[in-house]
Design a protein around this ligand. Structure first.
Ligand code: PEP
Ligand code: MN
Length: 365
């Protein structure tokens, strides 16, 4: 059973209603931060509903079948998800940027410095890569996680990295500030429940063939497991036209902002599939109401081990941040920023002491 409580209740009101619930043999938990949705679990007792309904703190008693879903806005203000210096929701937006995959410590630290200077507050980078082919590069795993940890210590950027397998959740949790759930895993309930249990924010990418409703129901798994820190990520859906890698569903971004209180992040990189279109899709995402962007960046795309064609340059990520700031300002919103200089870099690792590799022909960007 679900109780919708009145807003602005005092501690004594909560004590009274929780006392009655206990007396009736129910276990309870609050489903939202504002403590207005109270779930009661246990065998229904005769007369229980009436006793709860007559309590002044209770606005409505709902059966499970008419209970509102947890993602629904229903007049709720935006959920604000804060991660270190980043904030998503209400009047704040944030930029997540970095390589598709972590490739070496040296390259990761260089990209981290560049995206920090451009205005990102979170660093993305895959240690476990969900590739369409089992023969493609699958990520460097544990080694890459350690470099992400070091990149955070050097720059102050928070870390966003994907977890693919429920068995890896605990070791990814040690390093990441935000769990990324990839498009290919969106509907995998055991993984969603396992990450929810950790209590860290979850960046949930929309399945490439998922409807907006299916996307929200996947988020519902995380919310129902007691974790409200969900960032919905629109990354483009499959269309009939492969001119762009996917079709950025800006209509869904605008709709999601009305229908749910959860923050929405746009990934223009996987939507476009080509670097030259990424700035335009980033602008469109923010203009449609997104609370943040996640963008792939690489200085030498021809060397990238995954998604090189869609990786933007250092100059472009700085431009994307500047344009996002300008569009956000039209709505009275701001892009979060890291204050002050980067922390003093740690001592050089073996990897960045090594002589630079002989580079194949590739324009430095
Ligand atoms: C990624 O972010 O690199 C990625 C694989 O994204 P998606 O799950 O959206 O394809
Ligand atoms: Mn990628």
């Amino acid at each position: 059973m679900l109780l919708r409580l009145r807003t602005g209740l005092a501690g004594l009101d909560y004590d009274a209603i929780l006392g009655i619930a206990k007396e009736l043999g129910y276990e309870h938990r609050f489903l939202d931060e504002a403590r207005t949705l109270l779930e009661l679990r246990g065998q229904p007792r005769a007369g229980a509903r009436g006793r709860l309904e007559e309590n002044a703190a209770v606005a409505q008693v709902l059966d499970s079948s008419d209970a509102p879903e947890l993602h629904e806005r229903r007049g709720r203000p935006d959920t604000l998800v804060r991660v270190r210096a980043a904030a998503f929701g209400r009047s704040q937006a944030s930029l997540i940027a970095g390589p598709c995959a972590v490739e070496s410590s040296e390259r990761l630290f260089e990209i981290a410095d560049a995206v920090r200077a451009a205005g990102a507050t979170l660093l993305r980078g895959g240690a476990f890569k969900p590739r369409s082919s089992p023969h493609s590069f699958q990520g460097l795993g544990t080694e890459a996680l350690a470099w992400l940890d070091e990149a955070r210590a050097r720059t102050g950027l928070g870390v966003v990295t994907e977890v693919l397998d429920p068995r890896d959740v605990d070791r990814v949790a040690v390093v990441t500030d935000v769990f990324q759930i990839g498009s290919r895993s969106m509907g995998y309930a055991p993984l969603l429940q396992e990450v929810a249990r950790v209590g860290k924010p979850v960046l949930l990418k929309r399945g490439m063939a998922a409807t907006a409703r299916e996307f929200l129901l996947a988020a519902e798994y995380v919310l129902a497991a007691g974790n409200e820190q969900v960032l919905l990520c629109e990354r483009g859906i499959r269309g009939f036209d492969n001119t762009t890698r996917n079709v950025l569903d800006v209509g869904a971004v605008a709709w999601l902002k009305k229908h749910t209180h959860l923050p929405v992040v746009v990934d223009p990189s996987h939507a476009a599939g080509r670097a030259d279109l990424v700035p335009a899709l980033a602008r469109a995402g923010i203009a449609a109401g997104a609370d943040g962007l996640i963008v792939e960046v690489h200085p030498r795309p021809c060397e990238a081990r995954s998604d090189g064609a869609q990786a933007v340059s250092y100059a472009d990520i700085a431009r994307i941040a500047a344009e996002a700031r300008a569009i956000l300002a039209l709505d009275g919103r701001t892009l979060s920023s890291l204050q002050g200089p980067a922390p003093t870099p740690g001592t050089a690792t073996d990897d960045n002491r090594r002589a630079p590799r002989k580079e194949p022909a590739c324009d430095v960007r």
